[in-house]
Design a protein around this ligand. Sequence first.
Ligand SMILES: [Zn+2]
Length: 441
Amino acid sequence: MASTWVTGGTVVTLGSPCRVIPDGAVRIDGDAIAWVGRRVEAGEMTGEVVDAGGGLIMPGFINAHMHFYSTFACGIALKDAPPTNFKEILERLWWRLDKALTLDDVRLSALVPLVRSLEAGVTTIIDHHASPHAVRGSLDVIAEAARLAGVRTCLCYEVSNRDGAAIAEAGIEENAAFLEAQRGGDGMAAGLFGLHASMTLDEALLARCVDAGRRAGAGFHIHVSESKFDPDDSVARYGERVVRRLADAGVLGERSICAHCIHVDDAELRLLADSATNVVHNPQSNMNNAVGRADVPRMLEMGICVGLGTDGMSATMLDDVRLVNLLHKHGTGDPRQGFTAAGRLLLENNARIASRYFDKPVGVLAPGHKADVITVDYDPPTPLSADNLMGHVLFGLPTARVRHAVVDGRVRLRDGVVCGVDKAAVAAEARARAAEVWARF
Ligand SMILES: [Zn+2]
């Protein structure tokens, strides 16, 4: 088998220890990294050589909480007065938009951000999907779009009571069927069992989902206390706060993801830490919805694995990582906050979280890891080392172009152009389709 080489730049391995190797090289055999080191030690490079053009060679970024279905929200006109709180945002925007989607809309809704993700160097995405009037087959449609683009995905369907028993049942079946289909798969797609949120899952449905998820051997992916409506609802209806309720139901665990966790108390943080449950922080979305600030510094202090997602707000991770740095400084009034957290979320914990779902670990350039490698046209204006990498990620990389992306050992973005999808055709098709989606909205 011929190898693929990525070379002609400075290799940043991430992982522990993170190595920065000037004039480095990465050898890929099949879907995995086989060797990382200095170019002069690489020997003869046979096979395909991907040239970084003097830039950075690093692991592809990971988005740990995404909603592909949000694509058609861009530019949409709401039909009611502007929402005054999070519940109204759900009712007047998201729960109307997702009901307007057909399976073909789901496909386009995924392709647009998949292309943008590759252009932004994002090679693995953990998505949380809803299309209540096109549930069956929706995860397969997204997985197929992701395969076409060449992005690694971990998918689920968010089950809830909000659209009645039949649609809830279809959601359970969609999760179960997709999880079953991924068994022994090619490592490009994986599944979680999706749950919308505590406030849209009654006791009977939550128990049904936990039972089905456990039978499939899956972790759960759920929104937790994104706004105060969630804990208020849980206390009023079940006499306990959301994380306690989820712990009692059997949702927590090291394979599960609780997105947001903004309105949680100390006892709930302890439950998340003790169960090794993953939390995913989405600062851009939280600021956009005016729902508050998750206490990420405290979570990290308690040993919780907190990752970073975009919650459908954008395809690049570099907007949100900058906001981790800014939001926690702004929110605490303490300029020491945010900087360290930003690096841990994006560069360490997202790899830990995503690596739980695939047959090989992702997010680090080291032998045995998935060959998800990007090159970035970044010519640092100051020296770059493992110690000051985060300064470059926050203040230099966001304006640098991603030149190449190799995913699972295959070149998927070459010279800034996505290989597997006609970007202009997808955009044109989505634009034409948006009129129909908006008419149904
Ligand atoms: Zn979300």
